[in-house]
Design a protein around this ligand. Sequence first.
Ligand code: APR
Length: 233
Amino acid sequence: MTVIPNIVILTGAGISAESGIATFRGPGGLWEGHRVEDVCTPEALAADPNLVHLFYDRRRAALADVVPNAAHAALARLDRAWSGELLIVTQNVDDLHERAGAVRLLHMHGALKQALCAGCGERFDWQGDLPPGTACPACATRALRPDIVFFGEIPYHMDRIEAALAEADLFVSIGTSGAVYPAAGFVRMAREYGGATLELNLDRSEGSGWFDESRLGPAGQLVPEWVEQMLSR
Ligand code: APR
């Protein structure tokens, strides 16, 4: 009997780069012209809610102009076809994995198309702009904010992710710089649990040395090739 490996896949901004979404640590270290600290911390939200809300309003609106690329499509295909356990964990707040058809998917850093109530903690699907002071549909507190996990906040679904890593025979990291924890530590966790590790990235990342194998190139090419390899086993 052939044993089907359990797979955990971590994705980062690099998988959406070929769709036209800027990565975080691009030239100059700016994210769409802003320092990450100015738009991605609780302090920034408190200091200048208009700037932070507007920033995410623009990112949310920009999703209408992009489409999933070959890498998102290949992962969705693997998700549909793979009969073993499989989990795609994305650090991305765009919706390109789900638009490509991925189902076994967790957004660990939140999602642009969701709002979070800072009052009651409820989360809501959200389309369009989200001005500061918008009332929560559940508790009516005027404290809705973008559902983005800021630096210093705890990422979502950590229990489920760690449980999946413990069972993973293969951990694959795609398009992430390995600069931000806890995601950057998943490769070591997977290794400690005995899983094989593979990195698919444009260039060597901060964590490359932890992987059994690193393949360098654009996700739009490497991911379909790897998925084909997995499905033709
Ligand atoms: N194909 C594959 N990899 C690519 C491509 C591509 N076409 N283009 C860029 N990359 C790689 C880069 O070489 C880099 O290693 O993707 C990585 C992107 O790194 P970051 O910009 O740091 O993005 P990410 O790792 O997702 O950032 C992690 O940091 O600011 C926070 O919360 C934010 O989720 C984000 C987290």
